[in-house]
Design a binder for this molecule. Structure first.
Ligand code: BES
Ligand code: MN
Ligand code: ZN
Length: 521
């Protein structure tokens, strides 16, 4: 089935929209988020006895029952009381979940006891949501939170860990859990719940984009997806190949010249501040597939390069989260969309290309393509938007995985204060980030005998020379951070908020950074 919608005069094909199956109902689209359907309700006791999926209540570490737990305990003939009084309950930690299966007196398949104190910190409440998602494992639930503080964090954790990429599993398309979250203070909290889901939507958009294969997420369909974000109030502008040529983006264009998919640059603008203050600029590497080009990668593992648009994915997800929660900040996101393919038209090793800035680059390895894309996007971002600060994100080097593994992204910055704000935000969102050095001493490794610089620096300090390359395209005095997410965009084991697969690393960090830089005080 192909669903079509016209936005800004352009037709968007919804058939492969990330994450969501779209249904046309009375010509209005209804979508199912990839983490399930949340509803927020006042506590409806008359429905509890007959509810057939899972019931969720909270208990304290000392075995104290919340008001909700007490009532469910009475309905289940003391099942909860027995569980918390059993010796196996000793030593339970906050955010643990205990499952009581097939309770008598109720129709529910199970009661899930979430261990949470009354005054728990937001990060612990979020962690409990993650633990609950693992335990529910795709089952629907009524979640009785009473007057629990930071309840929206439980929902965020639950949503993030419930995410599953199942766009291409034909039998599982419609299997998403229903979460009915019941809270006593709903009127005050509804916007907090909505904000939490806005952030989940951003993270999950990134995950969807990173998970999509390169035959489906091409430069063109990627641009279409971004265009459709206009419905959330983002201003979207797409520059096509002719326009990029006119501008003089010789570096970016050289990467895509071997591919049938045309290169593009897409800009997403969010103007949420009351004034016209200079925006924060986010720039993302969007290589929809990286074969390495003529300097081709080996066959084993090449399929992983479907995630080489991860930086652009984080920019898209962050912009969506900011727009959906109506952030009071000005932020502009730019992504360079290209495919790095070998062909008769592809760039050769040894070619010299001219960047938008005017610097000439000797391309000694066509697999060091990300920096060629970003240098033009970053220069354009500064020229056009005069940002107050800039962050670029890219799955830039294998070397950052050698250095930091899959636990931390590598952060490079020319500004200590900006960098510490960024690292602080990452820490508070439990997204690993570690600062790496920059120094002009590395620049000699990028010297070319025939051009202004070359695109590789040799084996030593591969992630740092990549960052030094980029810094050459950052104007003096602009606070800037480069984040190499090659190790964290897609992983093989659980993280704090995701299972194996695309993590959406960075959306929550950047969302919080925006909040802390522009929306507080
Ligand atoms: N996209 C890769 C980096 C990468 C590697 C991302 C592994 C995710 C996982 C990048 O374009 C690349 O190929 N980098 C080269 C640079 C080298 C040729 C200087 C690399 O890291 O080997
Ligand atoms: Mn490459
Ligand atoms: Zn790459």
């Amino acid at each position: 089935m192909v669903y079509l919608k016209v936005i800004a005069g352009k037709t968007v094909n919804y058939a492969d929209r990330p994450g969501k199956r779209f249904y046309l109902v009375n010509s209005e689209e209804i979508f199912m988020p990839p983490y399930g359907n949340f509803s927020f309700e006042s506590t409806a006791w008359d429905e509890i006895a007959d509810y057939t999926d899972h019931l969720v209540v909270t208990v304290t570490r000392e075995g104290g029952l919340s008001t909700m737990a007490r009532r469910v305990n009475a309905m289940s003939k003391g099942a909860i009381k027995r569980a918390v009084e059993h010796q196996s309950f000793q030593g339970r930690k906050a955010a643990d979940v205990i499952t009581l299966s097939y309770p008598s007196g109720l129709k529910a398949t199970a009661i899930q006891l979430v261990v949470l104190e009354r005054g728990e910190k937001p990060e612990i409440v979020r962690k409990a949501g993650v633990a609950l998602a693992k335990r529910l494992s795709g089952k629907s639930a009524v979640i009785l939170l009473g007057a629990l503080r930071h309840s929206e964090q439980l929902c965020l954790g639950l949503a993030l860990r419930s995410y599953k990429f199942q766009n291409y599993k034909s039998a599982e398309q419609d299997k998403r859990p229903d979460y009915r979250v019941m809270h006593d203070k709903l009127s005050n909290l509804r916007s907090d719940f909505e904000t939490a889901l806005s952030i989940a939507d951003g993270v999950c958009l990134t995950r969807d984009l990173v998970s999509m294969p390169a035959n489906i997420l091409t430069t063109e369909t990627f641009a279409d997806h971004l265009l459709s974000l206009a419905e959330h109030g983002l201003k979207v502008e797409i520059l096509d190949e002719d326009h990029l040529k006119e501008l003089g983006m010789g570096a970016l264009l050289s990467v895509g010249q071997g591919s049938k998919s045309p290169s593009k640059m897409v800009m997403l603008e969010w103007q949420g501040a009351e004034d016209a203050a200079a925006p924060l600029a986010l720039a993302g590497k969007g290589v929809v597939f990286d074969t390495g080009g003529i300097s081709m990668k080996p066959a084993a593992g090449m399929e992983e390069m479907t995630m080489d648009m991860g930086g652009a994915g984080v920019v898209a997800g962050t912009m969506l989260a900011l727009a959906k929660r109506k952030a009071k900040a000005n932020v502009v996101g730019l992504v360079g969309l290209v495919e790095n393919m070998p062909s008769g038209e592809a760039m050769r090793p040894g070619d010299v290309v001219t960047s938008l800035k005017g610097d000439t680059i000797e391309v000694l390895n066509t697999d060091a393509e990300g920096r060629l894309v970003l240098c033009d996007v970053m220069w354009y971002a500064q020229d056009r938007f005069k940002p107050c600060a800039m962050i670029d994100l890219a799955t830039l080097t294998g070397a950052i995985i050698v250095g930091l593994g899959h636990e931390n992204a590598g952060v490079f910055s020319n500004d200590d204060q900006f960098c510490s704000t960024l690292l602080g935000a990452a820490g508070r969102e439990q997204e690993g980030a570690w600062r790496m050095p920059l120094s002009p001493a590395y620049d000699k490794l990028l010297k070319s005998p025939i051009a202004d610089l070359k695109n590789i620096g040799g084996r030593a300090a591969g992630s740092i020379t990549a960052a030094q390359f980029l810094q050459r395209f950052v104007k003096d005095d602009l606070p800037w951070a480069h984040i190499d997410i090659a190790g964290v965009a897609k992983v093989k084991t659980d993280t704090a908020h995701s299972g194996a697969g695309a993590t959406g690393w960075g959306v929550m960090t950047l969302n919080r950074l925006v909040q802390e830089m522009f929306e507080t005080g």
